[in-house]
Ligand binder design. Structure first.
Ligand code: SAM
Length: 210
């Protein structure tokens, strides 16, 4: 039997089930243009959080809270998600989604602002997991900032690492594609990091800090 890439991707997404809270957060995100992570990426985040026994997680790109719900699902019950977004309306929707999911307010720290301005205020080596789901054009600067935040064994996860397939198209030379490639190169050249690129969602680049 022959399968094509689209069938494999569809099957990968269909294999992940989201509950009512996630489905309604996803619907709201789509209404607001919040561009939520696909379910496969959400499930991967939850798995990482659980494997890391994560208590401290940073997310850049809260959106309407879909990835946040998945992260919180995998984190320890006393874990705190610090999540940053420049759009207050999306963060309000995320707050509603967390409340609907029964997440107590002490488990989330929502920061409204520019990720690149907020991250320098966060402590070195203090985080189990950092998830970047914001403008791919900024990936190189996020790599620089985020590796510093990880505790030994902590994991950096960058979404949009394939940037709609443009990263593997040798003719694509636009600024964002070049930035996404530069971020991957910086991670590849950093001896402190163990890395892998997974072809789920729009490409998930994962790097753990030794
Ligand atoms: C792809 S969406 C995030 C989706 C979210 N992770 C989810 O799965 O529900 C990207 C988000 O990044 C935010 N954003 C874009 N540039 C930003 C910046 N410089 N600082 C903080 N947030 C930014 C946007 O407002 C948007 O909500």
């Amino acid at each position: 039997m022959q399968t094509n890439g689209d069938q494999i991707l569809a099957h990968t997404e269909d294999s992940v089930l989201e509950d009512e809270v996630l489905l309604s957060a996803r619907e709201r995100a789509e209404d607001l243009g919040g561009d939520p992570v696909p379910a496969s990426v959400g499930a991967l985040l939850s798995l990482f959080a659980q494997m890391l026994d994560a208590r401290t997680v940073v997310e850049i790109g809260t959106g309407a809270g879909v990835s946040g719900l998945w992260l919180l699902d995998g984190m320890r019950a006393d874990g705190v998600l610090t999540t940053i977004d420049a759009e207050p309306e999306l963060q309000r929707a995320a707050k509603d989604a967390f409340r609907s999911g029964g997440i107590t307010s002490s488990r989330t720290r929502l920061i409204n602002g520019d990720g690149l301005e907020v991250l320098p205020r966060l402590a070195d080596g203090a985080y189990d997991l950092v998830f970047v789901d914001t403008s791919p054009a900024d990936h190189p600067r996020y790599v620089e900032e985020c590796v510093r935040l990880l505790r030994p064994g902590g994991v950096l996860v960058l979404h949009n690492a394939l940037y709609g397939g443009r990263v593997v198209d040798v003719t694509a030379r636009d600024a964002t594609t070049l930035a996404v490639r530069a971020a991957a190169r910086a991670i590849a050249e950093d001896d402190r990091l163990t890395k892998v690129l997974l072809p789920v969602g729009d490409g998930v680049l994962c790097a753990s800090r030794g």
